[in-house]
Structure formats: C-alpha cells, structure tokens
Design a protein around this ligand. Structure first.
Ligand code: MSP
Length: 499
C-alpha cells in the first residue's frame, strides 16, 4: 500500500528552530515505521517561500525576497539530513515547476466557477498573512499569535467561494470522524465550520512576490493557496521524468501544528473539491513546544536552536526527547534541564545500560555466543502483541503512546536482569541452564525493542543491531521479520555516553 506523509512547508522568513524540527521528525518517525512495514512510502517536506511575511522580512533585511528565500531554504534543507530525517523530496514553492502546477490547478478552479472579483475589508495580520475574523482578534485589535497590531485592510481581490462548500464539508466531517485527529482538534475544526463559512481572498494585488494569477496577472495568488497546493504539485516533479501523482495521491497523512488547523481542515478540502481532486485521508494536529510558557517562535524570539541541541546531546537524543517530554498532540514545555534529565535516566540508564550490560554479560559468560535455547515464556508474555500495538498507535499518529509502549518493555527487561541476577547464576554450579535462558531472553527482548525503536532513533539502533549481529534497517524491507541469530554478538561502547 502507498503511504504519503507530509509536513507543513516552513516559512523562510526566519531560520529553522526546534518547533520546525519537531514536525519533520514526527513525520520521519511515521515514514520510517511504514517503510519497515513494507509500505510504499513518500515523505515530503519543504519551504513556503512566497507571500507577505517573506517579502516583509526581506525588506527589513535589505535583501530581495528571493535572496532571503534562497538563504533560509538552504538552512531548512540542510536541517533534514542533520536530523536524520529521510524525506523523499524537499519542495521549494519558488520552484518554477511548482508555480506552473499551481497555476494549472487554480485555473481549473476558476474555470469551474469557484472564483469572483470582490472587495475585501477586514483585520489583517501581516505576520500570519491572514485576515482575522471577529472572534480571532485579541484585545486592542492585536494578533493573538504575534501580539502585534492588526491592520485594517481594504482591497480588491479575487475570491474563492468557500461558503458554497459549507454543506460538502459538513458531510465530510460527518462521514469521516477520523479526518482530523486528535478528536479535540476535529471538534475545533467542526466548530469553526459550523460558525458559518465566508468566502476568502484568493489573490492579492499589492504584492508581487508570489505566483501570478493566470487570468489576472496584476495579482498573485494568496500565499496559502500556493502553499497548500505543494502537497499536490510536488508529486509531479519530485522524480525527474516521472509523475508520482497516481501512485501517491491522495496523501495518507498531513502532519501539522495547531496554528494552521483552519487552513488544512477547512480551506484545503474545499480547494481540492473545487479542483476535482481527491481529499487527504487524515490530518494529525500536534501541539506547541513551549519555552518559558510561550510558543517557540521566531517573532517571539524564544527559540531553541536544534543544531545546538544536537551538538550537545546528539541527533537521536533530540528525536527521542521530542516525543517523551511532550505528549504528541498536546502543548508542552521543553528545557535544557529536561533534556539532561531524560538523557541520563532514560537513554543512558534505561536503554543504553540495558544494551551494554546484556552484551557485556554474553561476552563474559558465554564468550559472545548467543545461547541456542528457548527464551523465557513468562517474559515473552509481556512482549506479546507489542508489534501490533505499536503499529496500531502509529496508524493513528500516536507517537508518544507508541514510544511509551516500547519503553515499558525496556524497563521490563531491566527488571528481568535484576530478577534473574545473571552474575549470581554464573557463580552457581547448577545455574548454567538458567543463565543460558536468561541471556537468550534478554538478547531477544533487546532485539525486539531495538527494531521497534528504529523510527525514533535510527542511528543508535543501527549501531546496536550491528553489535547484535542483526541485519541493518537502513533500507525498506521485511524489517520486522525475525532474522534469527548469527551466532555471536559483540560488546559495545556506551550508546549514550556522559556529557
Ligand atoms: N508556511 C506555513 C505552513 C504552510 S503548509 C501548506 C507555516 N509555516 S511556519 O514555518 O510558520 O510553521 C510551520 C509549522 O512548524 C507549524 O505548523 C508547526 O508544525 C511547526 N512549528 C513551528 N513552531 C512550532 C512550535 N513552537 N511548536 C511545535 N511546532 C511548531 O505556518
């Protein structure tokens, strides 16, 4: 089956921060997990380069929008391999191939009668590049996200007849309760929908940094239309000489932050209906990473630099931390002390130490040979159904719950070491059989949790699988399969050394 997962495309008005890394890592966990399951995966991320926020930021810096876009898009693109994110393509909306395909789809929407020329007046946030409805305005006519004064704007725009999609969208929400998750976000989108849809601007006449409207080139498309369409356009040119649209459209999962729910859950399906395209299967909305209680964001200036964090703790530690400290789907605070604590107690102690001592004991007591005996049935019972449980949770994008399910078993294995006390068995003249069973069971348990941890911590897992004499998971394939033991295992250096 095909599995197409996307992240939002990131604004290039600023450099990447941990909030951006977060969604990309989340999508990567899902993509890697699905590849392990043998699915045909396409994973897209990229940058949103047009529109007023970028034009304004460029102006402030005294560079052209294109120069700013080139500089920052390169930073986002470089972040992905650094995070060990395995995206299949990186789309830039300034790519002429994207531009051409946006024009093609928008022209179709125009031809289908879903547009008209009108005058818009309303409160506008230049940072959000969004007009605010009355109930989206904070005190003193300010933007609730950016805390800056909203502008009263009036302009002649092309409009998209969003209001005519009221009923089809209500039907969509009624028929597909899993269209948006988690359920609280589904309800939020539904409430917005039920408050009554109004037509929205589709073009802007005041700016030139965008995709020209084909039927009225004095306008450019409002950036959100251009941006949302990336999910569709990319499939047309991601592979030289090949069109992937039939193979991967519609998307299986859009992962987004809660700030852009309205655009994805309401505008986007309407745009696709207007263009006669199939709708995405699911959207999953995660919360904010907070620093000092506020959303981490460039405009608020409270950002954690993911490059710095990885420098100190390593890429896998960052990937792991994101889904442990904050339950995926909810808001939560991150901090350097939080990193240090989990690095020490969970990565170094729970998992790293389990791996080191298991391998060290097999080396010491059995010369590195894997005992060829049956594993402990009581311990195996605690692992029964784990793979299916993790798969089911990741099907619903429950990244923290899936990780917790695995971690419960990591801790179970540590308790097993204490219960069995292999060092005592090794001194007991009648303990050989029980020691064999203990070591074989620990190795098998370690193999299982490690294979399941692959999407979260791919580099660490590769290292450990190598020591366990197991095949690499770097490539797609029947990766959950039990490949058996190769006979010997090798001791390893600590996976998460003291910092
Ligand atoms: N360009 C638009 C998205 C267009 S998608 C068709 C945009 N870009 S953004 O760079 O401002 O934010 C994109 C995404 O980054 C958010 O939806 C969210 O996924 C992620 N995050 C940015 N800051 C974040 C936090 N502080 N915490 C968690 N994720 C956040 O909106």
């Amino acid at each position: 089956m095909s599995f197409y997962v996307t992240t939002p495309i990131y604004y290039v008005n600023a450099q990447p921060h941990l909030g951006h890394a977060y969604t990309s890592i989340a999508a990567d966990v899902m993509a890697r997990h699905m590849r392990q399951r043998g699915e045909d995966v396409f994973f897209l991320t990229g940058t949103d380069e047009h529109g007023e926020p970028v034009a304004l930021a460029a102006e402030r810096l005294g560079v052209t929008p294109r120069e700013l876009a080139d500089t920052n898009a390169a930073r986002f693109e470089a972040l992905m391999p650094r995070l060990n994110v395995s995206n299949d393509f990186f789309i830039r909306t300034s790519d002429p191939r994207h531009v051409a395909r946006v024009q093609e789809v928008m022209q179709r929407i125009h031809d289908n009668g879903h547009t008209y020329l009108g005058t818009y007046e309303g409160w506008y946030c230049p940072r959000c590049a969004d007009f605010r409805t009355e109930n989206e305005i904070a005190e003193g006519n300010t933007c609730p996200i950016h805390h800056i004064p909203l502008l009263r704007e009036q302009e002649e725009n092309w409009f998209f007849r969003l209001s005519t999609f009221q009923e089809p969208l209500e039907r969509l929400f009624a028929e597909r309760p899993d269209f948006v998750g988690p359920p609280a976000r589904y309800n939020e989108a539904l409430a917005f929908l039920r408050s009554g849809l109004r037509d929205v601007s589709l073009s802007r006449g005041k700016f030139t940094w965008g995709v020209p409207v084909t039927w009225d080139p004095s306008h450019v498309f409002y950036v959100w239309f251009d941006a949302l369409l990336n999910y569709y356009t990319a499939l047309g040119f991601a592979r030289e000489g090949e069109d992937l649209t039939d193979r991967f459209w519609p998307p299986t999962y859009h992962l987004i932050g809660k700030d852009i729910l309205k655009f994805h859950a309401v505008y986007w399906p309407a745009i696709l209906m207007a263009a006669g395209l199939d709708l995405p299967q699911r959207e999953y909305v995660h919360g904010y990473l907070l620093l000092d209680g506020e959303k981490m964001s460039k405009s608020l200036g409270n950002v954690l630099d993911p490059f710095e964090v990885m420098e100190r703790f390593g890429t896998d530690a960052l990937r792991y931390y994101c889904f442990r400290e904050v339950s995926f789907g909810q808001d939560g605070s991150v901090s350097t002390t939080g990193f240090e604590a989990r690095y020490e107690s969970e990565l170094a102690n729970d998992y790293g130490n389990l791996a080191s001592r298991t391998l060290a004991m097999v080396a010491r007591y059995r010369d590195g040979h894997v005992p060829e005996v049956a594993t402990d049935a009581a311990l195996a019972a605690d692992f029964a159904g784990l793979e299916a449980e993790v798969a089911e949770l990741l099907d619903r994008a429950e990244l923290s719950q899936a990780l917790e399910a695995i971690w419960v078993r990591v801790r179970r294995l540590n308790r097993y070491v204490e219960e069995r006390a292999p060092w005592r068995l090794a001194r007991d003249p009648d303990g050989a059989e029980r020691l064999d069973e203990t070591l074989a069971s620990l190795l098998e348990g370690l193999r299982v949790v490690t294979v399941l941890l692959h999407p979260y911590m791919p580099a660490t897992v590769e290292k450990l699988l190598d020591a366990l004499g197991q095949p690499s998971l770097a490539y797609a394939g029947t990766s959950f399969a039990d490949h058996g033991w190769s006979g010997t295992v090798a001791p390893i250096e600590p996976l998460f050394p003291k910092r």
